[in-house]
Ligand binder design. Structure first.
Ligand SMILES: Nc1ncnc2c1ncn2[C@@H]1O[C@H](COP(=O)(O)OP(=O)(O)OP(=O)(O)O)[C@@H](O)[C@H]1O
Ligand SMILES: [Mg+2]
Length: 457
């Protein structure tokens, strides 16, 4: 077993020697007489723990502690201090020191403190390891075969790391917005904190404010005698997921805006300010731009919620995901319902690919669930899915040129095709995106996404 490494930083040789001698058989101890020397070694080989004297020549213990916390937040620090140094000890603890020992040092209590500190570091590492395992075991359930979804997963992995940044997730119904909100939470440093989900559409409008912000006793008739913490408070040090955020009343939007700006709010009927740290992730399948135009959604709130915005493409524009998703749901339901289907037939797969998915992944999941439950087997057939064996083609009646002997640049042709229709639709609708999207039988999110892609290419 490798020994834990401990830096001892103290300008008194007798203390350095005494500690080194007592700890040496159990730990690897490296003594330093100045903070500067220790910090340069820290950069090369960080120890597990640092014993740090407060009164040092040159950079003092508090300065060194700040530097260590900034560059190596995982390294635990125990301060060594004189009796009359209470103020400084308090300051050190506020800056994140793990513990302190008072001179003259009692080796027994120092050893206990070191053992606790190392155990706490070990537990922290174990939690990180379990988090990684949890993510590895659970995120594969999030099927991400297409580049579009893989890009989104890469992006949110980076965004998740900063636990205060609000994220707004846009996309049609059933595209996986709630799953993405969960992925953001579980990949954030606050993943051990709560993930509180509020479905803003499911809570009556006159109750949403008290649900979100809580209330004092007697704040309104029916408020009860005890008062209540709001969901924002419940989400302290975690994530508050505001699902269907487009359904928030204007009053709730105003309060939420204030909370986002200042990190504080008042419970209903209270004059006491509450301060809460939580990340707000919100999602909607509504067109917030249209709602802003109609005066139903605050423009400033839109920008505040969407410091980072993720637009999830519809299933129809990431057809690479259809079959992996269908197979994933098939395996899941086959096992859940104790069925012994051998697989999805090629005809059924063809039908799945040809279908237009207005309900996106949710529709696909429901279809496969029902098919596995009611099909006869041994394979899933188009009929089990309620889909026609041969889907009609959108090109029926349209004569397309044959493939020339020299071949075609298919990806370029597809881009040209897409650009042509998007431009035509925009011209016909005088630049109005919502109208243009309707002309192409597309959701506005899809239209916006494709238009942006075309202009980037
Ligand atoms: N990439 C995916 N991999 C696996 N399952 C998925 C994926 N995307 C969505 N699902 C599943 O599809 C269903 C719908 O997803 P979800 O509830 O996240 O959609 P949504 O975008 O929040 O929809 P709505 O706008 O209607 O609230 C869920 O059961 C979810 O588990
Ligand atoms: Mg949802």
């Amino acid at each position: 077993m490798t020994l834990s490494t401990i830096f001892v930083i103290d300008d008194e040789q007798s203390i350095r020697d005494g500690i080194s001698l007592s700890l040496a058989p159990v730990y690897r101890v490296l003594p330093f007489s100045t903070a500067e020397d220790a910090l340069s070694s820290l950069r090369e080989e960080p120890p597990d723990l640092i014993l740090l004297d407060i009164g040092l020549p040159g950079m003092d213990g508090i300065g060194a502690l700040q530097e260590i916390r900034r560059t190596h937040p995982d390294v635990l620090v125990i301060m060594i201090t004189a009796y009359d140094d209470v103020q400084t000890v308090v300051q050190a603890m506020k800056l994140g020191a793990y513990d302190y020992v008072v001179k003259p040092i009692l080796m027994d209590s120092l050893e206990i403190s070191i053992a606790h500190a190392l155990e706490s570091a070990r537990l922290r590492k174990e939690v990180q390891r379990l988090q990684k395992r949890y993510l590895q075991e659970n995120l594969p359930c999030f099927i991400a075969e297409s580049n579009a979804i893989q890009d989104i997963m890469d992006f949110i992995q980076r965004v998740a790391k900063s636990p205060d940044t609000p994220v707004l997730i846009l996309g049609e119904t059933g595209t996986g917005k709630e799953l993405i909100a969960g992925a953001i939470h579980y990949q954030s440093p606050n993943f051990l904190g709560p993930l509180v989900t509020v479905n803003c559409a499911a809570i009556p409008r006159d109750l949403i404010e008290s649900e979100l912000f809580g209330y004092e006793r007697g704040a309104f008739s029916g408020a009860g005698t005890a008062g209540k913490r709001g969901l924002i408070e419940e989400a302290q040090n975690g994530t508050l997921f505001l699902d269907e955020v487009g359904d928030l009343s204007m009053e709730a939007q105003a309060k939420l805006m204030r909370f986002l700006e200042e990190g504080e709010f008042y419970r209903l009927g209270s004059t006491k300010r509450q301060q809460v740290k939580t990340r707000i992730v919100s999602a909607t399948n509504k067109n917030l731009f249209d709602m802003i135009e109609q005066g139903l959604f605050r423009r400033d709130l839109y920008f505040r919620l969407g410091v980072v915005t993720v637009t999830v493409p519809s299933l129809n524009e990431r057809t690479e995901d259809i079959l992996p998703l269908a197979r994933h749901f098939f395996v899941h339901f086959n096992k859940k319902f104790g069925r012994d289907f051998t697989g999805i037939s090629p005809e059924a797969e063809e039908a799945l690919l040809a279908h237009h998915w207005t309900g996106n992944v949710r529709e696909l999941k429901n279809l496969v669930e029902r098919a596995v439950l009611t099909g006869r087997g041994p394979e899933l057939l188009p009929g089990d899915l309620g889909l026609p064996a041969r889907a009609g083609t959108a090109f029926a009646g349209l004569r397309l040129p044959p493939v020339p002997a020299c071949g075609v640049n298919f990806p370029a042709l597809m881009r040209e095709f897409e650009r042509h229709y998007i431009e035509q639709a925009l011209t016909l609708s005088c630049g109005n995106e919502s109208k243009a999207a309707r002309l192409l039988n597309m959701n506005h999110h899809t239209f916006r996404y494709r238009r942006r892609k075309c202009s980037e290419e």
